[in-house]
Design a protein around this ligand. Structure first.
Ligand code: COA
Length: 257
């Protein structure tokens, strides 16, 4: 691909009961980062996704924004490992070991699991993004609101989505969620996050993962205990959290196979 094309971030978010900014309930969101020639197809695919959730949205917002090509980073997808633990309790033991190896303290690990189980803070909130957490103390670093921090402005590079999907399918992973989660984790670590712990906030989806430079993307098919709230924790060194947040939210990244 030559360097003379324009690059666009195309993002979709859908809600029920009104727009997000008017208190509507978020039902889906997705994004692409594509050359101009693919922007129209990407936008149509995102709208199709908004309409395919089984719940018709009352509100869909599509945002298209040109991205400076000079700012685009390219990064290989994290290696993926699946650990078939006997259930959530055993998966948690493996996850705790991986997080310790990534430099996260035991108190921080306990607090993170507690938040994913019951919600964050005294209000037991489910966050709209991830909590940025100090790996030494377990203290939350981003403002103590229900917003959290969302990784955005990333996508598979042209051709890489199909190549990674084929590799995942060889491992029996054919759901689009696995492909999406691998992309999120890749951008998250590239942004300077020391380790990520994730349980889906969708009640029926019990797989989850730990991602860290030392273990790549390590997936547990049965990780989330029943009744848990779910969510994401990004462990970030305290003196770097604002820089990491800015990269998570703004820096454009293409993920290679
Ligand atoms: N969950 C819940 N609410 C969301 C949301 C999400 N994933 N994404 C957006 N919203 C709502 C929020 O109310 C948000 O306001 P806030 O910033 O005060 O939280 C509002 O929509 C506007 O968000 P904004 O980030 O400006 O939306 P956007 O139009 O740029 O689109 C998405 C961003 C939807 C593409 C992106 O957030 C997303 O959902 N990506 C899908 C993958 C994913 O879940 N990533 C999260 C990794 S941590």
């Amino acid at each position: 691909m030559d360097g003379n094309f324009l690059l666009y971030s195309v993002r979709m978010r859908a809600a029920r009961g009104g727009a997000h900014e008017d208190g509507g309930e978020h039902i889906s969101g997705a994004e692409r980062l594509v050359p101009e020639a693919e922007a129209e197809t990407a936008a149509a695919a995102l709208i199709a996704r908004a309409l395919s959730r089984g719940v018709s949205p009352d509100f869909v917002r599509l945002t298209m924004e040109r991205i400076e090509l000079a700012e685009l980073a390219r990064v290989p997808a994290l290696p993926l490992t699946t650990i078939h633990a006997g259930g959530p309790a055993e998966a948690r033991l493996h996850a705790e070991r991986l997080l310790r190896e990534a430099g996260v303290s035991d108190p921080a690990i306990i607090l993170a699991f507690e938040s994913l189980q019951n919600g964050f803070g005294s209000e037991r909130a489910a966050l709209r993004g991830a909590a940025l957490v100090d790996p030494l103390t377990g203290e939350r670093l981003d403002p103590l609101t229900a917003r959290g921090v969302r990784a955005t402005h990333f996508d598979y590079a042209p051709g890489a989505r199909d190549a990674v999907a084929a590799r995942l399918a060889e491992q029996g992973l054919t759901h689009f969620r696995a492909l999406d989660a691998l992309a999120v984790a890749t951008k998250v670590l590239w942004s300077g996050v020391r380790a990520e712990l994730c349980w889906s906030d969708e009640p029926e989806y019990v797989a989850g993962y730990v991602a860290a430079p030392i273990c790549g993307y390590t997936r547990f098919p049965q990780f989330k205990p029943s009744g848990a709230r779910g969510g994401r924790v990004f462990f970030v060194d305290r003196n770097q959290w604002e820089t990491v947040r800015d990269r998570l939210e703004r820096a454009p990244v293409w993920i290679d196979a």
